[in-house]
Design a protein around this ligand. Structure first.
Ligand code: SAH
Length: 541
């Protein structure tokens, strides 16, 4: 649920509808807009040139009386319109002629099937609309209930086949994803070339490929992932059955034998090429083959609001099967889907959480570990690396680990205040939970002496009531009483506040654990023009 900031309570708040819709559309997000169709059309109009890649876009009247599919015919917009309309008890405003006539979109086959050529498909459907009938060759169970004009002697044919389309205009070719390619290791481009050549040698269409399979011992090789991405299929891993299989030139064949629990036909016997193909009579669900390489992505949510989260973090959340983190942050990461498993804890045992993440990821799941701000700044990324460093588990090492940066609290607070971090600065955590207080005192003294601007994280808490006062005493030995201090509380979150005081005015009672304290250097200044600004100049005397 996305809604205008300040107007409606929603999961994601936006401040400008047009820009927000265009961003969602460009990222392929299906959109159900509760507003006038015209508004939606105007908003996304500048992006409409690429017809192939469009997500479904629907307008729904705010009183539920009309459901209007606007865009995304090949992405299932009419199916969505029918579902929504059925739930609202109205008729969907479907205008696609083929769909109206035949009761289904012939050009939108279900998961596991791909249309050979959408352009040719259009011509085919207009021939049907002009009164021709068609044969159906091959297995197309989703067409069983369609009101297609069928005739065994028709000129036109819908052909469901893994074999490449030969360009005949009177055939609508739909490929079942029914071929699995197993490969031995190599360079990415060379693996791709091997698979393509092998498909071609058997007259199979690249779109018939359901998955790329490799040995689970090669899981960490980036070339495999690159090859699968460039073939646009999922990559699955299978354990070789024996040491003999592992070293054998026919490893790809052995992998297929070990992987496939369905009847299939083996196509190659030229093992030397490092590829083997299996062809199944039906579309294959790649999830049933071996397992995926597990992923662990450590992300930062930014300070709180969705627009300060980097898109790569949002993408990782969208792709996650499992989400771990401190409960407050997991809530901030929403909206999540019902199929995503949440492992929220209020427990502060970070190492335990990091190990749990590796356990899930090494089972092949896509795990996201959530931190606030930046995950590498006093947060989970270091704990995750510490857990990996200490482990001798090969399965953990094979996990695809990545860390996505975020906007840290000091940066978000600084931006609201102006540019207090405009010159050299340091970030310090005042928490003595994991380091002795003497170290903190020593660092404070050196940072103050070096005239660095200081950003204090974890400045105070109920369990650490006196540390901030002690820290300020040290800073006051080196900094003037009128040094500006920026206090950002809940920045980027509802009810966030920003204040600037002087070092003399600052009391620890003004600060709590949700506050970022930025203490200026000798050159940090403030002024009031239009608004109050604090900055540290780029130069130095
Ligand atoms: N990884 C986080 C920091 C975690 S330490 C980051 O990069 O921002 C937690 C401390 O960060 C808090 O005690 C507080 O000092 C600061 N902090 C986190 N979020 C904040 C926010 N939205 N506003 C102000 N300070 C915040």
């Amino acid at each position: 649920m996305h809604a205008l900031q300040g107007r409606v309570q929603a999961d994601v708040a936006y401040s400008e509808l047009g820009a927000h819709l265009r961003e969602l559309y460009a990222r392929g997000t299906p959109i159900i807009a509760l507003c006038a169709a015209g508004i939606v059309i105007r908003c996304v109009a500048p992006l409409l040139s690429n017809k192939g890649a469009e997500p479904p876009v629907l307008a729904v009247a705010e009183d539920g009386s009309a459901v209007v599919p606007l865009l995304g015919g090949l992405a299932g917009v009419n199916v969505m319109a029918r579902d929504i309309a059925a739930a609202l008890g109205v008729s969907p405003a479907i205008t696609t002629s083929g769909e109206l006539r035949f009761g289904t979109c012939v050009l939108n086959p279900p998961e596991g099937y791909a249309l050979a050529d959408p352009g040719q498909g259009k011509r085919f459907v207009s021939d049907l609309l002009a009164g021709e009938s068609t044969r159906v060759e091959g297995d197309a169970p989703w067409l069983d209930d369609a009101q297609l004009p069928r005739s065994a002697s028709a000129r036109l044919a819908i052909r469901v086949t893994p074999h490449a389309w030969n360009g005949r205009e009177d055939e609508l070719v739909i490929h079942p994803r029914s071929v699995v390619a197993a490969v031995a290791l190599g360079e990415a481009s060379e693996i791709v070339a091997r698979v393509r050549a092998s498909l071609q040698a058997h007259g199979l269409a690249p779109l018939s490929l359901a998955a790329l399979v490799a040995s689970s011992e090669d899981m960490a090789h980036a070339a495999l992932a690159e090859a699968a991405a460039s073939l646009n299929v999922p990559l699955r891993f299978v354990e070789p059955r024996s040491a003999d299989d592992r070293s054998s030139a026919s490893l790809p064949h052995k992998l297929l034998n070990a992987a496939l629990r369905i009847p299939y036909e083996t196509l190659n016997d030229d093992h030397a090429q490092g590829v083997a193909l299996a062809l199944s009579p039906l579309a294959i669900d790649p999830h049933t083959i071996g397992r995926a390489r597990g992923r662990l992505t450590v992300i930062g949510l930014g300070p709180g609001s969705a627009d300060l989260m980097v898109p790569a973090a949002r993408d990782a959340l969208d792709e996650a099967t499992d989400i771990l983190g401190y409960e407050t942050y997991v809530k901030m990461a929403g909206p999540l889907r019902a199929d995503q498993r949440v492992h929220a804890t209020d427990n502060r045992e970070e190492m335990q959480r990091a190990r749990h993440a590796f356990e899930l990821a090494s089972e092949g799941r896509s795990v996201v570990m959530v931190s606030s701000g930046d995950p590498g700044v006093f947060a989970m990324a270091a704990a995750v690396l510490e857990a990996l460093d200490a482990s001798d588990n090969n399965a953990w090492a094979a996990v695809e680990l990545s860390i996505v940066p975020g906007v840290s609290a000091a940066l978000a607070t600084a931006a609201q205040a102006g540019a207090p971090l405009g010159h050299d600065f340091c970030m310090l955590s005042l928490s003595d939970n994991l380091k002795p207080w003497s170290i903190i005192e020593n660092r404070l003294r050196h940072a103050a002496q070096a005239d660095l601007v200081m950003a204090f994280y974890n400045p105070i808490s109920r369990a650490r009531p006196w540390q901030l006062d002690k820290a300020l005493d040290i800073v006051r030995e080196y900094r003037a009483a009128d040094t500006p201090v920026v206090l950002g509380r809940d920045i980027g979150r509802p009810g966030g506040t920003l204040r600037t005081v002087t070092l003399a005015e600052l009391h620890s009672a003004d600060v709590d654990m949700r506050t970022m304290v930025i203490v200026g250097s000798s050159t940090t200044r403030r002024f009031s023009k239009g608004a109050q600004w604090v900055y540290t100049p780029r130069w130095y005397q």
